[in-house]
Ligand binder design. Structure first.
Ligand code: HEC
Length: 117
């Protein structure tokens, strides 16, 4: 019985490693990211940043691998996000990402683009 438990625990650990490896470049926001982000977006919350990250992880590797927010200079993201959201919506043939969700993705990448590596 004890051995069986260990096997399934091992499987869970392997699963978690594989699962988190799917988006290693898209780091999760922390409280310190939030305080930096609030300088630009005073109403920003950690929930909103996490929602932006979830939307990013869900939609932004359909055609290429994930770019890290730090891969592009902050000011570039203001153009890239609407362009890429347009691509997502065109590819899926729906309004998969609406304007409010696009804004959350933008706040996430803009905030995280200035995270120290
Ligand atoms: C339908 C396919 C498609 C989807 C979905 C897509 N991209 Fe792209 N992406 C591309 C193509 C094609 C390029 C390279 C050519 C270009 O810049 O238009 C690219 C380039 C990029 C670049 C590099 C830009 C540059 O100037 O070099 C970034 C960053 C990026 N995508 C982010 C995203 C984000 C964020 C999302 C999710 C909102 C996303 N992509 C979803 C097709 C896609």
């Amino acid at each position: 019985m004890r051995k069986l438990l260990n096997v399934s625990q091992g499987a869970i650990v392997i699963f978690l490693i594989l699962f988190s490896a799917c988006s290693p470049k898209v780091v999760s926001p922390t409280e310190s990211d939030l305080s930096r982000g609030k300088a630009k977006y005073p109403d920003l919350s950690l929930t909103e940043l996490n929602e932006g990250r979830a939307l990013y992880v869900e939609n932004c590797n359909m055609c290429h691998g994930y770019y890290a927010p730090t891969d592009e200079p902050t000011e570039e993201w203001y153009g890239i996000v609407p362009e890429m959201v347009g691509k997502v919506n065109k590819k899926t043939g729906t309004e998969k990402i609406d304007a409010a969700e696009q804004e959350k993705i933008l706040k996430f990448v803009v905030t995280m683009s200035s995270a120290s590596p």
